[in-house]
Design a protein around this ligand. Structure first.
Ligand SMILES: [Zn+2]
Length: 317
């Protein structure tokens, strides 16, 4: 019996020694670019792996996209998409009932205004991204332009992953919003959450905005990352496993102005992207924490954890 325990323990130590191979990859995207050149220039001065997403119809869109690209940053188009709640919308905000031709025109225009973009993420968009019909039209166009889609996950029931099936569009998802408040302690807390998730799942994507408080936190924290965390571009995460958390019963196209489901936690007139509906908690995490830390980081266990999350979320939704 003692010998058996010894064998198990040495197996666990071997796995622990192998840990650096599972270091966490962290991607940071600062979106809503194009309105605040002064703060945005400070973002561009950060390490090249910090990426930026530009609103195509913002006054400084082209200028900031070009500057960011020339400084070595990955550039995304930050495309406005219709939210479920009523609020002022950007020009050319995508709506589910728009025709394919209209969506194509808007995306073509955005590609022209945000040079060198390699991906796209949604600005707001709970009504649009929860419409399978709407997102299928978006994915057809993104396929044509060879752009990946970073889902800002402003609603848990986003259909982006499902809508991309049958196209070559890669979909990745935000895990953490850095700055729901502009309090530096809160932003540091969120940044550390992103680090913990990257370590636990192998990778994580955090989205922030060009606010002075966010920039100050990034200026401290991106230069002091733990040794097992690597800052990466979102495009280096396109082949990471993704979990589809959407609910099949809620994918019918919505009539104009009449969303199929009201958000449980509606937006209250804030312009930046924030979750409009809280994401489901990870029910399986406590179970998996009881498995040895090192074993829990293996790809196989991550796979089952991801599957488990998917099952839990579809059951609870
Ligand atoms: Zn936004």
């Amino acid at each position: 019996m003692l010998q058996f325990r010894r064998i198990i323990l040495s197996g666990v130590s071997a796995l622990t020694l192998a840990l650096p191979a599972f270091a966490g990859k962290l991607a940071i995207v600062i979106d809503d670019f194009g309105y605040r050149p002064q703060t945005e220039n400070q973002v561009i001065a950060l390490p090249q792996a910090v990426s930026v997403a530009v609103l195509p119809n913002a006054p400084h869109a082209r200028e900031m996209a070009t500057k960011a690209h020339n400084a070595g940053h990955e550039v995304l188009i930050h495309l406005p998409m219709a939210p479920l709640s009523k609020q002022p919308l950007e020009k050319d905000t995508l709506r589910p009932e728009m025709s394919s031709a209209e969506i194509e025109r808007i995306i073509r225009d955005a590609v022209n205004k945000v040079p060198n973009a390699v991906g796209m993420n949604n600005h707001m968009g709970s009504a649009m991204t929860s419409s399978l019909f709407g997102m299928q039209k978006v994915m057809q166009v993104l396929d044509h332009y060879n752009l990946y889609f970073l889902d800002s996950m402003t609603i848990g029931n986003s259909q982006s992953l499902r809508a991309a099936s049958g196209t070559s569009v890669k979909v990745i998802k935000r895990k953490v919003f850095l700055d729901d408040t502009q309090n530096e302690a809160d932003i540091r807390y969120q940044f550390n959450r992103a680090i913990a998730l990257a370590r636990r799942n192998g990778s994580a994507i955090a989205i922030g905005h060009p606010h002075p408080a966010t920039v100050r936190v990034l200026q401290q924290m991106v230069y002091n990352l733990p040794p097992d965390i690597t800052l990466v571009r979102p495009s280096s995460l396109l082949n990471e496993p993704q979990v589809d958390t959407s609910t099949p019963g809620q994918t019918a196209p919505t009539a104009p102005g009449k969303p199929a489901t009201a958000p449980r936690n509606p937006f209250r007139g804030v312009k930046v992207c924030r979750p409009e509906q809280p994401l489901q908690p990870v029910y399986a995490s406590r179970f998996f924490e009881t498995v040895g830390e090192s074993i829990a980081r293996s790809n196989l266990v991550n796979y089952f954890r991801n599957q488990w999350q998917g099952w839990e979320q579809s059951r609870k939704s």
